[in-house]
Design a protein around this ligand. Structure first.
Ligand code: ADP
Ligand code: ASP
Ligand code: MG
Length: 402
């Protein structure tokens, strides 16, 4: 079998753990499998590198920042190859550009356009275990790019798709995908099988166990993904095509996201073109707006509230203030201390009253809902950041996920 394995930051967090990973990889190799192994930077390394850049400037050149961050993954790839070689196994490490992973030129959040598998296949054909530095690629002009935080997951799934691997295993520091983040919900339970769509929602709603782009790739190319722990041999979670069993469960999991901020523009004229004038410059700045709410107008005046990633809050606030000035709005308010809790499940499509059940559970716990948004398979509520953990646990109980 051809297997793509990915080991996350904690799994390669120090030399002993890298040796551990080497032993696991060697075991699969001994069983006769061909292996492509994608690694993340050692735990904390990406943040350390960002910190170094920030010691020099608040606004590092995106190209240089990517060149810097990519070294984290290159370090662990080389170390893992050395560990395998010192155990007598044939291993070669490749940086993203050497593995011919081509991306667009959106530094810091590049998207993979194409993978040229020639070199990878040559290495595999000569019997090598190929270690690929995750999270990175090369753009059309030869610059090093990175794929956004958590991007090594995407490298792994994209490689599995390109090589039509038999399996893609994501090794991490939890035993699989749980009904809520096990770090804040002790009663969370491991989910055996989850659909691509549910996993995509969970990832986009804050469950960082898989990067959303990796799940998009998995769904598009029908790659079955096995999320499991690098510290045990237990079966983890299979991320696969939806089946009828999954629809019987109304709510599959709870997600939370503290990485949100809220902006309100008060006293906005209610007339055509106003929303465009507010959101066009925000979009042009590359800021992704999540929820948007416009109140019913009274005497031609309304309020507009929306959320953005916390990292973009200051810039979005500035842009909103400029827009408010231009359109003659009253004032702009910002709040960084919010979070979003969500319930996700494909079974919601065919059940009524699920949202109401969520609102009741939060109300009973005295948690105030600031904003609401729904889709076919999720309901999200924006709440005070301080209520996050409590809300997750309460919803986990309310939908009997334990
Ligand atoms: P890695 O470094 O291996 O990529 P990450 O830290 O990116 O690992 O992702 C794993 C983490 O995701 C877990 O430690 C856990 O705290 C978090 N997480 C959030 N939601 C969930 C969930 N529903 N199931 C499992 N883990 C989750
Ligand atoms: N090292 C990168 C990050 O911390 C990519 C990854 O771990 O997947 O986001
Ligand atoms: Mg990750």
């Amino acid at each position: 079998m051809l297997i793509v394995q990915k080991y996350g930051g904690t799994s390669v967090g120090d030399i002993n753990r890298i040796k551990n990973v080497a032993r696991r990889v060697a075991r699969f190799f001994d069983e006769g499998h061909q292996l492509v192994v994608v690694v993340s930077a050692m735990a904390g390394q990406t943040d350390r590198l960002i910190g170094l850049a920030r010691e020099i400037t608040d606004n590092p050149e995106p190209r240089e920042l990517d060149a810097l961050l990519a070294t984290g993954e290159q370090t662990s790839a080389a170390l893992l190859a050395m560990a395998l070689r010192s155990m007598g196994y044939p291993a070669t490490s490749l940086a993203g550009f050497q593995a011919r992973i081509f991306t667009d030129n959106a530094f810091g959040r590049a998207r993979i356009d194409e993978i040229d598998c020639g070199r990878l296949k040559e290495e595999l054909a000569t019997g090598n275990i190929v270690i690929v530095a995750g999270f990175q690629g090369i753009d059309g002009s030869g610059n090093i790019t990175t794929l956004g935080r958590g991007g090594s997951d995407t490298t792994a799934v994209a490689l599995a798709a390109a090589l039509t691997a038999d399996m893609c295993e994501i090794y991490t520091d939890v035993e699989g995908v749980f009904t809520a983040d096990p770090r804040i919900c002790p009663k969370a339970r491991k989910i055996k099988k989850i659909s691509y769509d549910e996993m995509m929602e969970l990832a986009s709603l804050g469950a960082k166990v898989l990067q959303i782009r990796s799940v998009e790739f998995a769904k598009k190319y029908n790659v079955p993904v096995h999320v499991r722990s690098s510290f045990t041999d237990k079966e983890g979670t299979m991320v696969v095509e939806e089946d009828v069993e999954m629809e019987k469960v109304v709510v599959t999991a709870i997600a939370h996201d503290k990485n949100q901020a809220r902006i309100t523009i008060k006293g906005v004229m209610d007339r055509p073109g106003i929303a465009a004038q507010i959101f066009e410059p925000i979009g042009q700045a590359g800021i992704v707006v999540d929820m948007i709410i416009q109140n019913t107008s009274e005497e031609g005046i309304t309020d507009m509230t929306f959320t953005v990633p916390k990292a973009d809050f200051k810039q979005a606030l500035e842009i909103a203030r400029e827009a408010a000035n231009r359109i003659g709005a009253e004032r702009v308010l910002g709040d960084e201390h919010i979070s979003k809790v969500s319930i996700v499940g494909v079974g919601m499509r065919s059940h009524s009253g699920v949202a109401a059940q969520m609102f009741r559970a939060l109300a009973n716990a005295g948690i105030n809902i600031l904003m609401i948004s729904t889709s076919e398979i999720k309901v999200s509520c924006v709440i005070d950041e301080r209520d996050t953990e409590k809300a997750v646990r309460i919803l986990h109980d309310a939908f009997r996920l334990g």
